[in-house]
Design a binder for this molecule. Structure first.
Ligand SMILES: *Cc1c(COP(=O)(O)O)cnc(C)c1O
Length: 381
């Protein structure tokens, strides 16, 4: 059996990446950031989030994010507990007024559409869906007040298009969870760009961040002051008021904030968002280039322009079972490159966020080749 044949395969050292974490979230947290956290710990961890050390950290994070995304005048950075999934619930209450449009092309985009479909206070949304591996096109419609896009569909490795749609009174809400910090963005073309720190920002999960336009702030302010009931933990106004004071509504994970700020500042030091995007593009071109050449591997996404630069999905031919490959890799310290379970393909999914060294992406492809050759041979025997 192929799944057993790899049990004792030891990948040669010179093929192994320096760091074996290629998950799409949680993702690689650089050792240097963890060491800095250990240094900062005595004056930071276990101290009050209402006192200067943690407030300064939140302030550093907010200003670093503004700088990273070159936020236009009037845009603000809000944050709170709960991750991008919580932001879907929050947006359903605080940003969508009556009816939204959703581009659905994978697990994450479909989850948000589902939440809105179930919301009793909203009209049924317009859902435009396309096959996994592709991306649907939005269209403007006067009857809508929000367009919901996904910058990078993490489940399929498809990069969506982010641009303004509709008229000024209509909001563009973008799930940038796995894209933020790794893909170029014109923040002025969207009203809410939200994400979590466990993808391109090399931190832990549990937090959401949103870049908000004046129109989004105005909308949330207005909906909050009407008769609509908004629970406090889902209240964007409350979150924004706290963020403006460099705080969160309730207690945050301080270590997560610290690692997040480290990564934002590291990217800024290296050259900012364009630098990070170029680095991801380089890793992606290594991985897709390999998949194009290898006779047993093919990029899942047909249209090269839609292939994600931060999450590469690679189909393997049937004689090389992806599950068996990933099992051997895991025993050799290379982890989390399994395909998205619900997609149900013989596929590897590789996180290529800015923390990943492009050289490690190259080594990963060689390690996969090495394993595939041996598993394939065992399978034919
Ligand atoms: C990971 C992810 C989410 C969910 O993020 P959580 O922090 O786990 O809530 C949502 N959308 C996209 C595109 C993602 O990649």
């Amino acid at each position: 059996m192929a799944t057993d044949s790899g049990a004792d395969l030891l990948i040669p050292q010179d093929l192994l990446p320096g760091d074996g974490r290629f998950g799409c979230g949680p993702s690689k947290v650089p050792a240097t950031a963890v060491a800095r956290l250990a240094e900062a710990a005595p004056l930071l961890l276990g101290t009050s989030h209402r006192q200067p050390p943690v407030k300064q950290l939140v302030g550093r994070l907010r200003s670093g994010i503004s700088q990273l995304f070159s936020l236009p005048e009037g845009y603000e950075v809000a944050l709170g507990n709960g991750g991008a999934s919580l932001f879907w619930d929050l947006a359903t209450l605080c940003l969508i007024e009556r009816r939204s449009q959703h581009l659905v092309f994978g697990e994450f985009s479909s989850k948000f559409a589902q939440i809105v479909q179930n919301a009793p206070h909203l009209a049924p949304p317009e859902v435009i869906e396309s096959e996994p591996g592709t991306c649907p096109q939005p269209h403007s419609d006067e009857d809508l007040d929000a367009y919901c896009l996904t910058h990078n569909e993490t489940s399929t490795g498809v990069q969506g298009e982010v641009r303004r749609i509709g008229s000024p009174g209509q909001l563009v809400l973008v799930d940038g969870t796995s894209a933020a910090g790794g893909l170029p963005l014109d923040a002025g073309s969207v009203d809410a760009y939200y994400f979590s720190p466990q993808k391109c920002f090399a931190s832990d999960g549990g937090l959401w961040v949103a870049l908000l336009s004046p129109a989004a702030i105005e909308r949330s302010d207005r909906l909050g002051s009407t008769s609509r009931w908004i629970p406090s933990s889902l209240d964007l106004n409350l979150a924004l008021q706290n963020s403006r004071q460099d705080q969160t509504y309730n207690t945050p994970a301080v270590a997560t904030l610290f690692l997040f700020a480290q990564q934002v500042e590291w990217i800024l030091d290296q050259g900012g968002l364009s630098w990070a995007a170029a680095r991801c593009r380089q890793s992606a071109s290594i991985v897709y280039g390999w998949a194009d050449r290898a006779d047993y591997a093919t990029p899942f996404v047909q249209d090269p322009n839609r292939r994600s630069q931060v999450v590469a999905t690679i189909d393997l031919s049937p004689e090389v079972p992806a599950g068996a490959v990933s099992k051997v890799l895991r025993r050799n310290g290379i982890v989390d490159i399994d395909g998205y379970r619900k997609l149900g393909r013989n596929q590897l999914r590789i996180g290529l966020f800015p923390a990943v060294e492009p050289e490690d992406a190259a080594r990963l492809t060689r390690a996969i080749d090495w394993v595939a050759e041996r598993i394939g041979v065992a399978d034919h025997a």
